[in-house]
Ligand binder design. Sequence first.
Ligand code: T46
Length: 143
Amino acid sequence: MKYKMYIHDKIGDRNHGYLISIDKKFIEFNIARIYYIYNVPKNTTRGYHAHKNLKQILFCPIGQIVFSLDDGVDKTTIVLDSPEKTLFIGPGIWREIRWASKKSVLVVLASEPFEENDYIRNYEEYIKLVQEGYWSDNDENSI
Ligand code: T46
């Protein structure tokens, strides 16, 4: 699985508010780190990288954030615009992330501690690794 969006059931009603409970089965790794990104001006784009090994679960409890994901062959767009949605992104996915509304917050559960060496921040280098099969099914780095 390279990436996948889940939509979770909410508990509650409009008079009292809602609660979302995310079961462990949606988090297929041990969480080594949590970070969040906020106060990003509307229409700012971040990301522009892929990870060698990192797995992440991302959610946007407030606002709207648009993910342009690229596995080196196919590209797709995923919008997190509801607290009910979570997005899993595995290794080897190039991402560009646009803050589509003011005051959006991105919360991330990560499988590894922060490690700059895990980042590929150059798109040509990323495509080269894809073509060399760095994340191919038989590779130990695949998910
Ligand atoms: C990702 C997207 C969704 C740290 O020191 N510790 C950390 O845990 C993180 C995540 C970042 N940093 C440093 C590295 C940079 O000097 O914070 C600075 C900003 O990070 P970056 O430019 O990578 O931020 P984004 O928004 O482009 O990417 C981040 C995550 O780094 C990345 O893993 O998938 O959010």
